[in-house]
Design a binder for this molecule. Structure first.
Ligand SMILES: Cc1cc2nc3c(=O)[nH]c(=O)nc-3n(C[C@H](O)[C@H](O)[C@H](O)COP(=O)(O)OP(=O)(O)OC[C@H]3O[C@@H](n4cnc5c(N)ncnc54)[C@H](O)[C@@H]3O)c2cc1C
Length: 152
């Protein structure tokens, strides 16, 4: 059966102004290196320190649930039971206590490096390398050391 269509109705009235390429996104699940921000990170601007470390190692920043809930990082960066499950080659947790709901999302990582100022923090039970101390003292030193090694 044929039907008549007014040709005017077939014309698209949308004008393409510009086509912008979408930036390729690397999900935390695909990252080989993750630097995780926990509540030990006191101010939002301090995340830049973690980003610098992650950039130096070709990785990215992830977080615990309270950090995502505070709005400092998007929920897609949250690791754990109600977040994402990751298995990177290296994960560095900074000021993360190591609650079961968090650990469930990362305990199969190849190397777990934990920084926490509480020697009794549960994260140390899962970590391969335990750094007991203030992340605000440790991270700048770590960043400086990596830069020195890389000749940056
Ligand atoms: C149903 C349910 C689902 C959940 N799902 C998730 C989930 O998917 N992911 C998740 O992360 N949580 C989840 N949670 C929340 C979880 O129980 C914890 O509350 C949360 O993981 C704690 O986050 P945190 O380690 O950043 O904070 P905290 O537990 O407050 O730990 C902060 C740590 O930082 C240390 N610290 C403080 N200052 C410094 C410093 N200057 N230097 C070094 N260390 C320092 C402290 O000693 C402490 O150990 C869930 C909870 C429930 C009930």
């Amino acid at each position: 059966m044929n039907c008549e269509i007014d040709e005017g109705k077939l014309v698209c009235h949308m004008e393409v102004i510009d086509i912008l390429p979408k930036e390729k996104e690397t999900f935390i699940e695909n990252s080989e290196v993750l630097v995780v921000a926990g509540r030990g990170v006191k101010k939002e601007e301090d995340l830049s320190m973690l980003r610098e470390l992650a950039d130096l190692m070709g990785g990215q920043v992830a977080c615990t649930r309270p950090m995502a809930e505070s709005g400092w990082l998007d929920a897609k960066y949250q690791i754990g039971l109600s977040g994402r499950t990751v298995r990177p080659k290296l994960i560095i947790t900074c000021g993360v206590s190591g609650a079961v709901q968090f650990v469930a999302g990362m305990n199969h990582s190849d190397t777990i490096f934990a920084i926490n100022n509480d020697p009794k923090a549960p994260i140390f039970k899962s970590a391969h390398y335990c750094l007991v101390g203030d992340l605000y003292e440790i991270l700048p030193k770590l960043i400086a050391r990596i830069k020195e090694k890389k000749g940056v």
